[in-house]
Design a protein around this ligand. Structure first.
Ligand code: NAD
Length: 273
């Protein structure tokens, strides 16, 4: 889906974690097209991060992209990424905590380290990024000529923040916990005009869920779960993130936007249950 460049994020700086692939890449591109300077965070594959950063700067209305390496589950790495961003662009206005992983096991076979790894990246990583973002928002203060909000945090959640998922207890637990993290931030820092929201994608065509869409049979089976009868594309999420980051959504705080083709609308009941 082509998004026309505009300047609703001009003069703002965004960090997007896990932005060298899939949804994070599309979010980075969408924010850049709206004029934001964008940090394309990555943990592996620097070439793809450099490519995304380069692609952001292809239009005169777009912001500048730079790639910064950091493992979001490591406190020092996240702090260093924020320091580098502030050195380069002066501040951070938007933080999209997108990086996430799956490690799938039946619960009775799930090794502790695979449980922990998913929680470390998908939950602790979101906490660490949100915490550094809030520290910077509070340090900088409100600049009403830039945005009517002091800062925006967007958590990448999942429909599995509300849909249980057999064989994926670590992932579902991490996304369920993100709801409370996000809503608590919204409640705690709303008075300072900091907004926190989540995006809950349904099935989006990215490397994380290749098995679900790479053959026509798998795709047909997936469509049974989606009343809108198409798999999502990363730019569906990019468009939602750019709007959520902008002042157009200023009164949206502490909520999850489901971008899922109605996957959460009980598709099993379509034919009378
Ligand atoms: P993806 O695998 O393409 O992207 C995940 C990104 O996170 C990659 O760039 C990866 O390198 C990065 N990452 C992993 N561990 C990291 C770490 N420790 N530090 C920094 N970066 C790290 O998958 P995606 O589908 O684009 O997933 C992005 C987010 O969207 C995830 O949080 C995922 O849970 C969520 N999500 C995806 C779908 C979907 O259908 N694709 C649905 C719901 C939610």
């Amino acid at each position: 889906m082509y998004q026309k460049p505009n300047d609703r994020l001009k003069g703002q700086t965004a960090i997007v974690t896990g932005a060298n692939s899939g949804i994070g890449e599309a979010v980075a591109m969408a924010l850049g097209k709206d004029g934001a300077n964008v940090v394309v965070n990555y943990v592996s594959n620097p070439e793809s991060a450099e490519e995304v950063a380069h692609n952001i700067c292809q239009h005169e209305l777009c912001g500048t992209g730079i790639a910064i390496k950091a493992d979001v589950s490591k406190e020092e790495a996240v702090q260093a990424m924020f320091r580098q961003t502030i050195d380069q662009f002066g501040t951070v206005d938007i933080c999209v905590a997108n990086a996430g992983i799956q490690r799938d096991f039946a619960l009775h076979e799930m090794p502790l380290q695979e449980w922990q790894l998913v929680l470390d990246v998908n939950l602790t990583g979101q906490f660490l990024c949100a915490r550094e973002a809030i520290r910077e928002f509070l340090r900088r203060g409100l600049k009403e000529d830039v945005s009517c909000s002091m800062g925006k945090i967007i958590h990448m959640s999942s429909v599995h923040e509300i849909i249980p998922w057999a064989g994926h207890a670590n992932y579902a637990a991490s996304k369920g916990a993100v709801v409370m993290l996000m809503q608590t931030i919204a409640q705690e820092y709303g008075p300072q005009k900091i907004r926190a929201n989540s995006i809950a994608p349904g099935a989006i065509q990215t490397p994380i869920n290749k098995d679900a869409w790479e053959t026509p049979e798998a795709l047909e089976k997936l469509h049974e779960l989606i009343p809108y009868k198409r798999i999502g594309v990363p730019s569906d999420i990019g468009a939602a993130a750019a709007w959520l980051a902008s002042d157009e959504s200023d009164y949206i705080n502490g909520t999850t936007i489901f971008v899922d083709g109605a996957m959460t609308c009980y598709p099993g009941f379509t034919t009378n249950g």
